[in-house]
Design a binder for this molecule. Structure first.
Ligand code: NAD
Ligand code: TDX
Length: 350
């Protein structure tokens, strides 16, 4: 398989490129603009593999994207490039509208032109796979799960921009016949995640003796999916999913934020006994809640499990422990990220 991955220098995209090149032996061209969230060092394992190539480009640059498609002639596009952090979307929604909506539109446009130029047999097998989020469905109460028929009710600017991109992808299938797939997944975690996100931020703060900032009362619930389970699902959906369909991906690992924080502290204590940590309550700081903070996300992944035979391998406790081990043993990856300044400030000091 020859595939273009967009956003392949980000957290999930880099895991996907490593998996497809190193484990599946696929040819991959990674297109990424290299925003603050990108890190080419996450691709060191495959950077000199013959099947891998990196192109720096903005997905909104239709001409450049078209040149890559014509030159590489992929069998599929896996679209992951996005602005991905909810808090940033609240402070500055413009980049989210530009990349997640306008960028997806331009990418679809380039993909459609490319697809129309393919011979009939390759048109049939080509796929445009759009990677999206469970946040498009809004927030759940104490019970219930999101499935593929759940109503779209995005609450944050990020979620609204991803919902818009899902609708564009769907329309390009319905109107123009582009063979698309959409997957909506829950919160990912694992190695190489940028430390503005909840789990790596809490791990690094605990390791450094900094306060752990918990929004609101800490009782919001997320459904955690290990990134390696996610990339395996993406490959399965791409190869065996039905075009025009949506697949929800979730690890059946619901947890309250505050419980994750306690688990992380406990793993850090356990795995680095030479580090003296104060009691949990002295490490945790309850801070002002995120505006419009969704209460609960939870995914029903039975369509993917029953039709395509996917299973999550990680339970949350093992996944969290492995992730703490990874951050403890990779300061050379995260220290330069913490040392950089973002809009004049270091991460975690806002
Ligand atoms: P990330 O922020 O770590 O990486 C995003 C990547 O996209 C970066 O490398 C960035 O440089 C690139 N990018 C941004 N704008 C671009 C543009 N205009 N052109 C080209 N490249 C651009 O994000 P992630 O966590 O890896 O998420 C990947 C995808 O999965 C996103 O579409 C996100 O919405 C979706 N998703 C993420 C999660 C999660 O928990 N992380 C959950 C559900 C869905
Ligand atoms: O410092 C923090 N303190 C805190 O309590 C941060 C950064 C987060 N939180 C809370 C907010 C959420 O309830 O932790 C939870 C997880 O927060 P994030 O890591 O920001 O993730 P979330 O907002 O749930 O969105 C994530 O999952 C869906 C990804 O960032 C999105 O890209 C994805 O679509």
């Amino acid at each position: 398989m020859r595939v273009v991955v967009t956003g392949g220098a980000g957290f999930i995209g880099s895991a996907l490129c490593r998996y497809l090149v190193a484990q599946c032996g696929w040819q991959v061209v990674n297109i990424d603009k290299l925003t603050y969230a990108a890190d080419l060092r996450s691709l060191a394992e495959i950077e000199s593999a013959p099947g891998y190539r990196f192109v720096q480009a903005d997905i909104a640059d239709g001409d450049k994207i078209s040149r890559v498609l014509d030159d590489f002639a992929p069998d599929a596009i896996l679209h992951l490039a996005a602005e991905s952090h909810v808090d940033r979307s609240i402070d500055g929604p413009g980049d989210f509208v530009q990349t997640n909506i306008v960028g997806t539109y331009r990418l679809l446009d380039a993909a459609l032109t490319y697809w129309r130029g393919l011979p009939a047999d390759r048109q049939k097998t080509f796929r445009f796979h759009h990677v999206s989020t469970d946040e498009v469905y809004g927030s759940l109460g104490a019970t219930g799960l999101f499935d593929e028929t759940s109503r779209y009710q995005p609450n944050s600017p990020y979620a609204a921009s991803k919902a818009s991109s899902d609708h564009l992808v769907r329309a390009w299938h319905h109107t123009y016949g582009l063979p698309v797939l959409i997957s909506n997944c829950s919160n990912n975690y694992g190695p190489f995640q940028f430390p503005e996100k909840f789990i790596p931020l809490m791990i690094l703060n605990a390791m450094a003796g900094r306060k752990l900032p918990v929004y609101g009362d800490g009782k919001n619930i997320r459904d955690w999916l290990h990134v390696s389970d996610h990339v395996a699902a993406l490959r399965l959906i791409l190869q065996h999913g039905e075009t025009g369909e949506t697949y929800n991906v979730g690890g059946r690992n619901e947890a309250r934020n505050i419980d994750i924080v306690h688990q992380i502290i406990s793993h850090v204590r356990d795995l680095s006994p030479n580090r003296t940590l104060p009691g949990d309550d002295d490490m945790i700081e309850y801070v002002t809640d995120r505006p419009g903070h969704d209460q609960r996300y939870a995914i029903d992944a039975s369509k993917l499990e029953n039709r395509l035979g996917w299973q999550a391998h990680y339970d949350l406790d093992r996944g969290l422990r492995d992730t703490v081990v990874w951050y403890l043993s990779h300061p050379q990856w995260w220290q330069p990220i913490l040392d950089r300044k973002y809009d004049g400030q270091r991460l975690g000091t806002a």
